[in-house]
Write a protein that binds this ligand. Structure first.
Ligand code: ATP
Ligand code: MG
Length: 304
């Protein structure tokens, strides 16, 4: 049996093999706040995120620049500590873990693809050696890991395992970054704009490989994207706006989401008719709820 040995295709009995499907980790946040503290001024990047992602789901994070998407991903990865609120990944309550527990969590449970494939790779090594290097800590700690050939196969790079990175296309480099990030069979894969700066063909290959990891390994996948075509192909999207959940998309349909504090962020196109401070009559008719903006002069006063 191959217990993390290199280059030998794993089989179902291999405890570290990809065929031994693992259960993805669920993500749960409640009132999650993150403030970057710097001299002079603080930036509230997240202002109360309530979000549930089921184990094994694949979710896209959307939203304008500066909305807090990367900050959220970084908190999920245990690289930052929240300023306030709760964050639970599977059985791990990240807010209450000490540094060594967080180190262990990052090493054993999380795969992270930072924005820009090159940042995730050692440029002078081949794809095979990049994956082997990424597995070395797990191997020294005695954790079983999948065979390198099996991982490269999974992401569609079987024929490129010994090709120098300098000879790979941008799409292939991103696939190597994906192979590295799943090399220890994480329960949660976090990818920050993995398809940006790729042509359509490469983008589709990377998206297909992410789906493959999600389906075959059972890993929960959370990816940030600005690409509407990528978003349209994901089963679920969550839009982050001003550091909060601004809405959700399911199978192409957009929904507003009620926050834990009872607030309901309205979609941008609806907000046009509801400038800040607008009084809204919340009215039920025939089982349907209506939001009716009240104009000046229509407001009841004590004199009425
Ligand atoms: N290290 C940091 N120090 C101070 N402020 C930061 C830091 N990182 C991010 N910010 C600020 O926090 C807010 C959220 O940033 P974040 O990078 O999470 O947004 P984003 O949604 O990923 O944006 P983009 O789409 O541009 O990548 C922004 O106002 C940003 O300027
Ligand atoms: Mg970002």
């Amino acid at each position: 049996m191959n217990r993390g040995g290199l280059g030998i295709t794993a089989h179902a009995a291999d405890p570290g093999g990809l065929a031994q499907k693992r259960r993805g980790l669920a993500v749960s946040t409640h009132g999650l706040v993150h403030i970057y503290r710097s001299e002079g001024h603080d930036v509230a990047a997240l202002a109360g995120v309530d979000l549930e992602v089921q184990a094994g789901e694949m979710v896209g994070l959307l939203g304008p620049s500066g909305a807090g998407k990367s900050t959220l991903l970084t908190l999920f990865g245990g690289l930052l500590r929240p300023s306030a609120g709760k964050i639970r990944i599977g059985p791990f309550d990240l807010g209450s873990m000490d540094e060594s527990q967080l180190d262990e969590y990052r090493a054993a449970e999380v795969g992270l693809i930072l924005q820009g494939a090159a940042r995730n790779l050692l440029p002078y090594l081949t794809p095979r050696h990049n994956v082997e290097f990424a597995q070395s800590a797990a191997r020294s700690a005695g954790r079983p890991v999948p065979g390198v050939g099996e991982i490269l196969d999974l992401v569609g790079l079987a024929g490129r395992s010994a090709t120098p990175l300098a000879a790979l296309t941008p799409g292939e480099l991103q696939l190597v970054a994906l192979a590295v990030s799943v090399s220890t069979r994480p329960g949660l894969l976090l990818a920050d704009e993995p398809t940006s700066q790729l042509d359509h063909e490469a983008r589709d290959l990377v998206l297909a490989a992410l789906r493959q990891v999600n389906h075959e390994v059972g890993t929960t996948v959370v990816l940030v994207t600005h690409d509407a075509e990528v978003a349209a192909r994901l089963p679920r999207t969550v839009t982050i706006r001003d550091g909060r959940v601004g809405g959700e998309g399911r199978s192409g349909e957009e929904y507003a989401v009620v926050s834990a504090d009872g607030s309901l962020p309205l979609p941008d196109h609806v907000l046009v008719g509801f400038p800040p401070g607008t009084l809204v009559r919340v009215h039920e008719e025939d089982g349907r709820w209506m939001l009716i903006p009240v104009r000046e002069g229509e407001v009841a006063t004590q004199d009425d």
